[in-house]
Write a protein that binds this ligand. Structure first.
Ligand code: ATP
Ligand code: MG
Length: 469
């Protein structure tokens, strides 16, 4: 990282290492021979968009993570572009353009699987006059509900979140423009909000999550004045729509830094806004004992660590697995208390607990239906793994979510008693065994289950089942 930053050294020396926070002085301009941002490091599609905008007579810059990550010697996750063209003008230039967003109107230029996001320079919004009500709107807590006032590049830089994100690269002159001392902060490894931190968090509380995400992703420190207001303002996150919280969940937990993000989110009282029921369990509320809460923390950490390792190895991960793990113990507690309060059938207790837990969970993080179904399958499979009569065992093996369910069983086995360990070992052996061995295995395990099935059949005419399964 240092060698890359050396490109900008000359410039830093010339500014006496002072942070250029004074926007009225304009940006620090870093010419091409003093920075490492080159077109080879930028996606071809992003370059196409930049060139087409320039050709159309507009200013256009690569901005944010695309510039920041290249300066840090990292490969950018995506390439964001900003321009003085309005969304409609952008649409006029690209056939493959979709306009999205209400709070924040943006253009998406779609190239197969790659989407280049193009934003129009944001301007200052009107605080008191109310003249800009239609394009800019603030809640009573100071949260920006709409922010569609367009402005100049200087204004746009001031509206960005962190100094390290207010860096602009132009394909017209190949300069990098540093408006807020971002290069200095990159060199120092500091995450620093632009402007007054409390106001900026009130405008958009998700910036608290972003501060943490960038600190762990880039291995940087959050500056004192930027981290101090987070804990006191953490409750503002409850105003964020659950759908946006799901997007942030993915960025925090399915990005290779889940363990580090989990620790920081808990430290800053932010985790409870993702998983209220889990936070209660971790604090030994909701009838969880201290021992249980310790075990839950270990279990969640193990799931997060496995996810980080899988991502580092470029293996697939599904957020459903993580949700299943994080919510597993609150689910178990709810099942137990439902069973204790009524003589409900076990599978009915599961479905009731599932619905109660998920409807509470959806208020914080809107988990899309397709993931909810997988979470449910993973949990149902845990019960099915115990049924080892021949027909059932083969059916379980063919279940489309067998792999996820089995991985979950392995995770549970690390923390549970010997019976779950034995079960996990049995399924590990069974799934890869030759047919003859499988039959042999089923002979021993299947036998014990049969009498139970017979007894249930006899009782069935008298019992009115309301099971969903
Ligand atoms: P990465 O894509 O690696 O997660 P990024 O910095 O590019 O990081 P994006 O979410 O892609 O983050 O946003 C692009 C840029 O838009 C940011 O760098 C920042 O300048 C600006 N931005 C994004 N979200 C906010 C926000 N909530 N408030 C102010 N500026 C923001
Ligand atoms: Mg980005």
């Amino acid at each position: 990282m240092k060698s890359v930053i050396n490109f900008c050294k000359k410039l830093l020396n010339s500014t006496n290492d002072k942070v250029a926070h004074d926007f009225s002085q304009g940006p620090i301009v870093i010419p091409r021979d003093q920075h490492p941002v080159s077109r080879q490091l930028i996606s071809n599609n992003a370059l196409k968009v930049l060139y087409r905008l320039n050709k159309g007579g507009f200013d256009a810059y690569l901005v944010g993570g695309g510039v920041r990550d290249i300066l840090l010697g990292l490969a950018p996750k995506d390439f964001d572009i900003v321009t003085n063209a309005t969304p409609e003008q952008i649409k006029g230039l690209f056939r493959n353009c979709r306009l999205i967003g209400r709070r924040f109107r943006l253009a998406h230029i779609v190239f197969g699987r790659e989407v280049i996001e193009v934003a129009t320079f944001r301007g200052h919004h009107d605080d008191n006059s109310g003249n800009n009500q239609k394009i800019s709107k603030q809640s009573d807590q100071g949260m920006l509900l709409r922010d569609n006032i367009y402005g100049t590049i200087d204004e746009d830089a001031e509206r960005r979140d962190f100094t390290i994100n207010a860096l602009y690269y132009s394909t017209k002159d190949f300069n990098v423009y540093d408006f807020a001392g971002g290069v200095h902060d990159i060199e120092q490894g500091v995450i620093r909000l632009i402007g007054d931190p409390e106001t900026r968090y009130r405008e958009d509380p998700v910036r608290m999550l972003r501060a943490i995400r960038f600190a762990t992703k880039l291995d940087m420190t959050i500056s004192e004045e930027t981290h101090a207001p987070i804990k006191p303002l953490a409750s503002l996150l409850s105003n964020i729509p659950a759908a946006r919280m799901f997007e942030e969940f993915l960025k925090l937990f399915v990005s290779g830094k889940a363990v580090a993000n989990y620790h920081m989110l808990r430290e800053y009282d932010l985790f409870e806004h993702f998983f209220p029921s889990v936070e209660r369990a971790l604090c030994a509320n909701d009838n969880f004992s201290l021992d249980e809460s310790e075990q839950i923390a270990q279990f969640i950490l193990q799931a997060l660590e496995n996810t980080d390792i899988r991502i580092a190895n470029e293996q697939r991960v599904t957020p459903a697995f993580l949700f299943a793990a994080i919510l597993w113990f609150p689910l178990q507690k709810r099942i137990a208390s439902i069973k204790a309060a009524s003589d409900i059938l076990p599978q009915d207790a599961f479905f009731q607990a599932y619905h109660e837990l998920m409807s509470e969970q959806q208020q914080s993080v809107a988990i899309p239906k397709r993931f909810q179904l997988v979470i449910k399958d993973i949990w149902i499979l845990q019960e099915r793994f115990e049924k080892r009569e021949p027909k059932r065992a083969y059916k379980t093996l063919e279940h489309p979510k067998f792999r996820a369910g089995y991985d979950f069983l392995l995770l549970r086995a690390e923390f549970a008693d010997d019976s779950v360990k034995e079960l996990a070992k049995w399924w590990t052996d069974f799934q890869d065994a030759p047919q003859a061995t499988q039959s042999q295995m089923l002979k021993t395990t299947g036998r014990s289950a049969k009498p139970r099935r017979k007894m249930r059949r006899k009782r069935r005419p008298n019992s009115k089942s309301t099971s969903e399964s």
